[in-house]
Design a protein around this ligand. Structure first.
Ligand SMILES: Cc1cc2nc3c(=O)[nH]c(=O)nc-3n(C[C@H](O)[C@H](O)[C@H](O)COP(=O)(O)O)c2cc1C
Length: 160
């Protein structure tokens, strides 16, 4: 099964997490800046990752290249989403980018997998939270980096 992790990253944290996830799953990671619609279509399991910037926005390369998602045929595609954020500084828009990607992917007819429990986080609002679950893996390298390994491990175990 071919697994592709596509990420955007300003400061490198999301790139590092994307590489770790790809390694665990024997997949490859691609920067959204260098990704084409065909790369998304070729993956059996597609994993998308973005940190949240601004106040609840997608990372800027994702914003610039969102047409790559829109132009891809993702109907029925198995997709998982992860995001990085800072719940202490941005508790009112924590990891919103995960929710933004989710809405885009659902609109394309993809099958989103890898929902997670919001236990162990402290925030007031997140667009990633739907019906009591995060619609992907939510990581906080700014405040909870010691929990990242365990969170990734539990998440990838349920994906492939
Ligand atoms: C200017 C700025 C704005 C940010 N806005 C948000 C935000 O709205 N919500 C959030 O959860 N995190 C926010 N963050 C935190 C980043 O998402 C977090 O530090 C992330 O790990 C950065 O990932 P990167 O190293 O891949 O760029 C912001 C960080 C900065 C510097």
């Amino acid at each position: 099964m071919s697994i592709t992790v596509v990420y955007g990253s300003d400061q490198g944290c999301t790139r590092g997490i994307a590489n770790r996830i790809a390694k665990k799953l024997n997949g490859k990671s691609l920067d959204i800046k260098k990704t084409k619609p065909a790369d998304l279509e070729a993956a059996h399991l597609l994993i998308l990752g973005s940190p949240t910037y601004g106040s609840g926005d997608l990372q800027s390369d994702w914003e610039d290249r969102i047409a790559v998602l829109d132009d891809a045929d993702l109907s029925g595609k198995k997709v998982a989403i992860f995001g990085l954020g800072d719940q202490m500084t941005y508790p009112e828009c924590f990891c919103d980018a995960v929710g933004i990607l989710y809405d885009r992917i659902i609109a394309k007819g993809a099958q989103v997998v890898g929902f997670t429990e919001p236990d162990g986080y402290d925030f007031s609002y997140s667009a990633a939270l739907r019906d009591g679950l995060f619609v992907g893996l939510v990581l906080d390298e700014d405040n909870q980096s010691e929990m990242t390994d365990r969170r990734i491990e539990a998440w990838v175990g349920g994906l492939a």
